[in-house]
Ligand binder design. Structure first.
Ligand SMILES: *[C@@H]1O[C@H](CO)[C@@H](O)[C@H](O)[C@H]1NC(C)=O
Ligand SMILES: *[C@@H]1O[C@H](CO)[C@@H](O)[C@H](O)[C@H]1NC(C)=O
Ligand SMILES: *[C@@H]1O[C@H](CO)[C@@H](O)[C@H](O)[C@H]1NC(C)=O
Ligand SMILES: *[C@@H]1O[C@H](CO)[C@@H](O)[C@H](O)[C@H]1NC(C)=O
Length: 448
């Protein structure tokens, strides 16, 4: 936790018009790449940079195989994870419930009152329930282990050169489409699963895409045509009814535009998902293929004519059922909509009043500090709180002059305080190549 003195300083800094001015003057192009299904303790769990609270710096963390029976044994976080995690962990709303609270149907009122706090102890038991034929030791490694710095050299180089958030959560403790909607509009509009509305342009709420078009700012949603996520701009009915489908383009166009210096003000990138051969880092997709995508996007921006005005945000949709030791905090509901699902433990209604798991998020730009680890943020009410996907919309509102779309976004801390007044000239031109995972190395569980 930051000291009280640090919190006061952060409040002053976050509220400063000078910081908003740095953002507005220095950043003309925002690029956001939203990867898939990894928690901070999983993907950045082996990063040794001070200030990142993770297994290598603060662990190990352990989960019992059976929460009700500790004598049955436990699995603890340890170095090295699989390139390809074969058994995708549970990340439904109720799966997240079990992982965080040890029950599919936690008492919402007690959570809201602060008397029920997540223990983060149910990840292993839930994975065993889903995959009863897989050895418990393998299960434990799948959800508790973490990637070493050597296993994710691209991310390690980015952490050592740019800003990493230590307290950034997904907006919703559930799956990808609701979280991708929350990132781009501040709400999933009551959706808690990847239902048909997302693929049939059924979301009616205002998105950042509509907001930017209506205020004469440019955007393109670039997507990997191999498919599997989004394209997220197409969730929204507006994109269709306003004739803006031409702004949804192949990722190949992104690289061409980056080289030519013709990127729009807002570039939103969808990776491919979710099996081997895709690049979002979603199980069973390989971590090394995701690293190759991140490297290519970074190097394209770094070599392009727009780099000196660019802010590249690398983030994830949600934590994907991988262990993280930080309980998700409460947050205001964006609207009055709820989501009800039947679970293995009975019906459960989610009121969208808390965040999801902690996920990796980095700010990459010649305008951010080198190797800075950001702790909690400060919202406009002066509260010291965790960052979340809504922090993107809050900050873009400062950059492009629009009001928060709803109470969740209004209460999210923005991050213009992380944009500096001086251009850095020491940002790396290239990043390391992804690690080659082979069965030959010390940890034979690495899947090549
Ligand atoms: C967990 O342990 C409890 C208490 O011993 C037992 O009743 C229950 O069946 C166990 N659950 C599983 C999934 O093994
Ligand atoms: C994670 O991956 C699954 C695919 O297995 C996908 O359905 C889901 O939406 C992704 N995101 C989350 C949060 O689960
Ligand atoms: C999209 O909006 C149009 C016009 O308001 C409406 O007719 C149509 O039913 C909507 N489509 C969906 C999928 O909601
Ligand atoms: C970015 O700024 C640096 C330092 O002023 C300058 O050397 C470099 O040429 C600029 N790059 C581009 C692409 O304008």
């Amino acid at each position: 936790m930051p000291s009280p003195i640090r919190i006061i300083a952060a409040m002053v800094v976050a509220a400063s018009p000078a910081m908003a001015g740095n953002l507005q003057t220095n950043i003309k192009n925002v690029v956001i790449l939203v990867m898939e299904n990894r928690s901070l303790d999983n993907l950045l769990g082996g990063q040794t940079t001070a200030g990142i609270e993770n297994p290598i710096n603060n662990g190990p963390y352990c989960n019992y195989y059976n929460i009700s029976n500790p004598s049955a044994g436990q699995a603890c976080s340890a170095a090295s994870d699989y390139n390809s995690v074969a058994n995708d962990p549970d990340h439904a709303v109720y799966g997240n419930n079990f992982e965080f609270y040890g029950t599919f149907t936690p008492n919402n009122a007690a959570i809201a009152a602060g008397t029920l706090v997540a223990t983060q102890k149910g990840f292993v038991q839930e994975q065993i329930r889903l995959y009863p034929s897989v050895a418990k030791a393998t299960i434990g490694k799948q959800v508790m282990n973490y990637y070493t710095e050597a296993q994710v050299p691209v991310l390690t180089a980015l952490v050592k050169n740019f800003v990493t958030f230590n307290h950034w959560h997904s907006d919703i403790p559930g799956p990808t489409d609701p979280n991708r909607a929350a990132l781009t509009s501040g709400t999933s509009y009551g959706h808690g699963s990847n239902d048909a509305a997302f693929s049939s342009h059924g979301l009616p709420q205002r998105s950042i895409f509509q907001q930017l078009s209506e205020t004469s700012h440019t955007w393109i949603n670039y997507y990997d045509t191999a498919g599997g996520t989004g394209p997220d701009a197409e969730f929204y009915n507006w994109t269709y009814t306003s004739g803006n489908t031409g702004r949804v383009q192949s990722l190949a166009n992104f690289y061409t535009a980056a080289a030519a210096g013709t990127l729009p003000e807002f570039s939103y990138l969808n990776p491919s998902c979710c099996g081997v051969g895709t690049n979002s880092m979603h199980p069973s997709g390989k971590i090394s293929d995701g690293e190759a995508l991140v490297k290519k996007v970074y190097e394209s921006l770094r070599a392009g004519p727009q780099w000196n005005k660019t802010l590249f945000i690398l983030t994830f949709d949600e934590s994907g059922g991988f262990h993280d030791h930080v309980p998700p905090p409460l947050a205001p509901a964006p609207d009055s909509l709820t989501y009800t699902a039947s679970t293995p433990g009975g019906s459960y209604t989610f009121p969208f009043n808390r965040l999801g798991g902690r996920i990796p998020t980095l700010l990459i730009s010649p305008w951010v500090a080198k190797a800075h680890v950001e702790q909690l943020g400060t919202n406009s009410a002066g509260q010291t709180v965790s960052y979340s996907a809504s922090s993107v919309l809050r900050t873009m509102g400062t950059l492009w002059g629009f009001s928060p779309f709803n109470p969740r976004v209004a209460a999210a801390p923005s991050f213009e305080n992380l944009i500096q007044a001086t251009l850095r000239t020491d940002t790396p031109v290239t990043l390391p190549s992804p690690a080659s995972f082979t069965r030959r190395t010390a940890a034979k569980e690495f899947i090549a």
